[in-house]
Design a protein around this ligand. Structure first.
Ligand code: UDP
Ligand code: MG
Length: 342
């Protein structure tokens, strides 16, 4: 199969939202053009693209092997896509996948992984919080035979509240998750082709990339890495998106919240049993004993509360089951640029 045909079919597969197997085959055929693929999710990052491109190119040139830089524009409403287009005109290694709307960071990463054809795929944030300068060390570790080399955030230069939230989330996840998801690991990583192939073939819709990346196994290693401040612009994750990501992480990797329901059940039953014994005793001792209204109100509202919480937890799981059975694609693509010049 000729290179152009391969790329055309890959592009076609992407644009038509083809089944994962088709995309996978097309991707397999397109491999070998680049050693490295850098995947960058972008959402209104116009102030950062210039510096990002400059710093990243300097590092990638230093590695001395063919590479591609894939910008995934996640429905930006600023000039991000136009800037990438300009970069592409001067450097055909720069490519663009433009999603049809804002699908979120994790979906944007998945889109990038779907089109990347390098032997190693690098995922990095576009706001320069993850310094590209550490990549040579990551790549050297990948060459030693590790299939996943991820960053462990040493110091977060973010405000105290956010740091506390992240800290608690990762520890809670560690406690609850059925698999070992490394503490404080982010999406910043280098992954071998074998791992990327497994990830892109996975049909899961609620994607918590650092979780499924840990789930696939292979040899993984974390490298401590300081997390900088955002170079420019405001964080694109608002509280709602962060909470969504956190619940995705917890619910996709743990059944323990569901088991809480049974735990509540047992505890309440035990208390109720004790109360019943006590009431009978009182009744026997004082024949004119009438159980208090307070007891009834407390019991009813406590039970009502617990039942609603439990329903909510079950709802989190059912909502995700619903997402999975609908089988909608993870994202839709409006435009791709640069995938036919190789
Ligand atoms: N991002 C995205 N889609 C979104 C939100 C964020 O593609 O809906 C990108 C964003 O442009 C950045 C990366 O994901 O490159 C991380 O986002 P951000 O810096 O806001 O997250 P934080 O560092 O605060 O976790
Ligand atoms: Mg950031």
């Amino acid at each position: 199969m000729g290179a152009s045909k391969t790329v055309a079919s890959r592009r076609h597969a992407l644009l038509t939202g083809a089944a994962p197997e088709v995309r996978w085959e097309a991707q397999q055929a397109a491999q070998g053009a680049s050693t490295f693929s850098v995947v960058l999710p972008l959402y209104n990052e116009e102030e950062n693209i210039e510096t990002l491109y400059r710093r990243l190119t300097a590092v990638m040139e230093g590695l001395g092997e063919p590479y591609e830089i894939i910008f995934v524009d996640d429905g930006s409403v600023d000039s991000s896509a136009e800037q990438v287009r300009v970069l592409h005109e001067g450097d055909t290694r720069v490519k663009l996948v433009r999603l049809a709307r804002n699908f979120g960071h994790q979906a944007a990463i998945s889109a990038g992984l779907d089109v990347a054809c390098g032997q190693a795929v690098i995922i990095i944030d576009a706001d320069l919080q993850d310094p590209p300068e550490v990549l040579p060390e990551f790549v050297a570790t990948w060459r030693e035979g590790y299939e996943v080399v991820y960053a462990i955030r040493q110091k977060r230069k973010e405000d105290a509240l956010k740091r506390a939230a992240y800290y608690t989330f990762y520890r809670l996840l560690k406690r609850l998750a059925a698999i070992d998801i490394p503490l404080d690991s982010g999406d910043f990583c280098v992954m071998d082709r074998r791992v990327v192939d497994v990830l892109t073939a996975m049909p899961e819709r609620n994607r918590f990339v650092r979780g499924i990346r840990a789930w696939v196994g292979f040899r993984q290693i974390g490298i401590p890495c300081e997390r900088d401040c955002r170079q420019a612009g405001t964080p694109k994750y608002n509280l709602r998106k962060l909470m969504r990501l956190a619940t995705d992480g917890l619910v996709s990797f743990s059944y323990i919240p569901l088991r809480l329901a049974s735990l509540f059940g047992f505890v309440i039953s035990a208390v109720a049993f004790a109360l019943a014994l006590w009431t009978i005793y009182e009744k026997l001792i004082h024949p004119d004993y009438i159980a208090g209204l307070t007891t009834i109100v407390v019991a009813v509202s406590l039970l009502g509360g617990i039942q609603l919480i439990t329903l909510g937890i079950i709802g989190e799981y059912i909502g995700r089951i619903f997402d999975e059975v609908k089988q909608r694609p993870l994202y839709t693509v409006r435009e791709v640029l640069g995938f036919d010049e190789q």
